[in-house]
Design a protein around this ligand. Sequence first.
Ligand code: NAD
Ligand code: TYD
Length: 341
Amino acid sequence: MRNILVTGGAGFIGSNFIKYVLKNFDYNIINFDKLTYAGNLENLSDIETDKRYTFIKGDICNENQVEECIKKYKVDAIVNFAAESHVDRSILGAREFIITNILGTQVLLDAVKKFSIEKFLQVSTDEVYGSLPEDQKEIKFTEKTPLDPSSPYSASKASADLLCIAYFRTHKLPVLITRCSNNYGPYQFPEKLIPLMIAKALNNEKLPVYGDGMNIRDWLYVEDHCSAICKVLEFGKFGEIYNIGGNNEWHNIDIVRLILNKLSKSEDLILFVKDRPGHDRRYAIDSTKIKNELNWEPKHKFEDGIDKTIKWYIENQNWWKKVMSGEYLKYYELNYSQKIV
Ligand code: NAD
Ligand code: TYD
């Protein structure tokens, strides 16, 4: 395996992944990205001149573009990050989610088959499992938990996972699936909870908390997700699913209070708003399989990861101020105006 096609590499996790790989391995990376609102080449400005890195603007739903890229760069493996990734946007409109997340994955799987690609890793999410009871802390998602998605986003990711498994069984494709919990860290688009709350607090604007703020997420520092993907890519068994989690459950409201506290801002900035429809109550990952079989564990403690993340958003205000303009403002108005009670 020498040439890795990373789809969606200009987004949050993909760009962190590319930098992680270039720092720790000797692979050539071809970043294939459509550059939607969430794709930003500035995320990669520090490595764009690395000889092992190439950027191609392309759409995973476009068979010709995908095939030309695979032929030209003699791709050996594909890691698929490309997706519409935000639950709230999928509630406002599901179509793009179905097209990119499902159809796009099918196009990639067919290309894997046609060009006998060595490995295909599908980056999936714990959201495919639906919601856990909040009062039974001993219950977590394992790889055997039935799929039970709640949002159009998670339904589209679950569909893509099923396609991957079907191609493994039917066509014996070298497929690997990872399902990770919520990531946080530098370069996350400020529509997701942690960067949105940091940006709002820095701007002294209201921080919109959905429902009672007691929903639980299991937070993982993005670099730990990247190291887990590398482990699965190198040593994972074809046809297998690997859960990746931080063993780090937080109520949303406690995350919001922590951010305000660290920025010395008043809790009066918190604004409880109408709940997200179909809002999953709790996510928590059981990472026993990847720990035992591939010897992976997260390295970052939450206290350090959140400090690093807040520092990055303080030092990179131009980055997030730029992406929180234009199209984003329209989305913000559409999503949040419906939620103010
Ligand atoms: P993101 O929204 O930040 O980035 C998605 C990237 O995909 C963008 O660069 C975008 O331009 C690109 N893209 C979108 N449609 C495309 C298309 N048709 N063709 C080519 N490129 C396209 O997402 P993220 O948070 O970095 O998530 C990456 C992947 O990880 C997604 O598949 C997501 O489901 C999964 N995931 C995310 C999290 C999380 O907490 N963010 C957790 C678990 C899994
Ligand atoms: P998010 O970052 O969108 O990730 P996901 O929905 O994929 O877990 O949201 C994380 C949690 O934060 C989720 O329970 C919804 C909540 N949330 C808010 O309370 N307010 C907000 O403005 C956003 C974006 C999310």
